[in-house]
Ligand binder design. Structure first.
Ligand SMILES: [Fe+2]
Ligand SMILES: [Fe+2]
Length: 244
C-alpha cells in the first residue's frame, strides 16, 4: 500500500523553532484574554439556547393510509410509529450516504498508482451495491407502513451532520487510501450498530418480516466491517513497516 505518512517540514509543532518558544511564552504574559470570564460563560449561553430551542425536526404522520396494509398499522397501534419512522429514515439516509462514500473510495483506490491488490475494486463495488440495495430495502419498508421515504427525518438530519467530515476525508485529493479506509471504518462501525438497533426496534414494533429482511442486510454489513477493519489495520502496520 502507498505510504500515508511522510517526513517533511511540518511547522505546526513548537519544536520546529526552539528559539522562539521563550518569546512566544513571554507574549502570553503581556496579552491577557481580551475579555473576562472562563468556560462557564459559554456553558451558560449554550444552556440558554437549549432552553429556548424547538426540536430539530419532525416526522410527518403517515400520508396515505388508504393503500397501507391495515395489518401494518394495527401492529403499530398503541406504539409510537413516528419514532420508528424516524429511525427508518435515518438508516435510509445513511445507506444512501454509504453509496456515495464507497463511490469516492473506489475512485481513490483506482486513482492511486500501484493500488494494493489486497483491496480488489470488485469487492468495493460489491459493497457499494449492497449499500444501495439496503437503501431500497428501507425505502420499501418505509412505504409499507404508509410513510414517505423522501422525508428527511430528524435523526437522518443529525446523522448527516455527524458524518459530514467522512465525505470530506474521502473526497480530499490529498488523503491516502489509508485515511479513507479509516473514514469508511467509522461509517461502517456506526452503520453496523445502527442496523442491530433497528432490527431490535422492528421486532419490538411487531414487524417481524421487516426485522428478518434487515437481518440479511446486517449480515452483509458484518462482511463490510470485517474487510474494512482488516484493510485499515494492514495499511497502518504497513505504513509503520511492521509485519501484520
Ligand atoms: Fe450500510
Ligand atoms: Fe456497509
Amino acid at each position: 500500500m502507498e505510504k500515508s505518512t511522510a517526513l517533511g517540514t511540518n511547522r505546526t509543532g513548537i519544536d520546529m523553532s526552539p528559539v522562539d518558544v521563550k518569546k512566544m511564552l513571554a507574549l502570553t504574559n503581556v496579552t491577557p484574554p481580551s475579555s473576562n470570564g472562563d468556560e462557564r460563560a459559554i456553558a451558560e449561553m449554550r444552556s440558554r439556547h437549549i432552553a429556548d430551542a424547538s426540536v430539530i425536526g419532525s416526522v410527518p404522520p403517515p400520508g396515505s393510509l388508504k393503500g397501507v396494509a391495515s395489518t401494518a398499522m394495527q401492529k403499530l397501534t398503541g406504539k409510537n410509529p413516528e419514532a420508528f419512522i424516524d429511525k427508518l429514515g435515518c438508516r435510509l439516509a445513511f445507506e444512501r450516504a454509504g453509496v456515495r462514500l464507497y463511490d469516492a473510495l473506489i475512485v481513490k483506490a483506482s486513482s492511486i498508482p500501484g493500488a494494493p491488490s489486497e483491496i480488489p475494486l470488485d469487492t468495493l463495488r460489491k459493497f457499494r451495491n449492497e449499500e444501495l440495495r439496503h437503501f431500497r430495502l428501507l425505502e420499501g419498508a418505509i412505504r409499507s407502513i404508509g410513510a414517505d421515504p423522501t422525508t428527511q427525518t430528524p435523526s437522518a438530519d443529525v446523522d448527516g451532520m455527524a458524518s459530514l467530515g467522512l465525505m470530506q476525508v474521502l473526497t480530499d485529493p490529498r488523503t491516502s487510501l489509508s485515511h479513507c479506509l479509516e473514514a469508511i471504518l467509522i461509517a461502517e462501525l456506526a452503520d453496523n450498530d445502527a442496523w442491530q438497533l433497528l432490527i431490535q426496534l422492528a421486532a419490538k414494533m411487531g414487524m417481524d418480516d421487516m426485522a428478518r429482511d434487515f437481518e440479511t442486510a446486517l449480515q452483509e454489513e458484518d462482511v463490510h466491517l470485517a474487510h474494512i477493519r482488516q484493510w485499515f489495520k494492514e495499511s497502518v502496520l504497513d505504513d509503520a513497516a511492521v509485519a501484520a
